[in-house]
Design a protein around this ligand. Structure first.
Ligand SMILES: [Zn+2]
Length: 137
């Protein structure tokens, strides 16, 4: 027996990784006179050779300026080339993204007290924390 195909989504799930063409375009956008710099520390990360290739000067990590978990797309305009390990530029950025993603999940009711409340309600349980109601005096 074969399984039914998954329902078609409106747009196909976008890849997490930037393509070679996108990476080239990102370095070009970040460059002045063929020298591309990290957007965090401003160090030179790649130099354009006369034959049109980027020559890496530092390890590069490709960053979604707006994190994918926050709705950022894998588009050239949302991509940045940052220094990778052992430099801290991308690592520091990802850590601040993680805090924002956790907050977005709480606010969106995917984690945190609202999610727990919703789950209890769905299971037909009473809310754990009841309001005291209004009291006079
Ligand atoms: Zn850097």
């Amino acid at each position: 027996m074969t399984r039914a195909p998954p329902p078609l989504s409106i747009e196909p799930r976008e890849k997490a990784r930037f393509s070679a063409a996108q990476r080239f375009a990102i370095l070009l956008r970040q460059s002045t006179d063929g020298i591309s710099r990290c957007e965090v520390c401003d160090e030179v990360i790649a130099v354009l050779s006369p034959d049109g290739h980027w020559m890496k000067q530092r390890p590069i990590e490709w960053d979604h300026e707006k994190a994918r978990a926050l709705g950022g797309r894998t588009h050239t305009e949302n991509g940045r080339a940052l220094c990778g390990h052992p430099f801290k530029c991308h690592k520091a950025k990802s850590a601040s993204d993680a805090a924002m993603i956790a907050k977005a999940d709480r606010m969106g009711g995917r984690t945190g007290q609202y999610a727990r409340q919703k789950e209890r309600k769905a299971r037909g349980l009473k809310p754990q924390i009841q309001g005291r109601g209004f009291r006079n005096g």
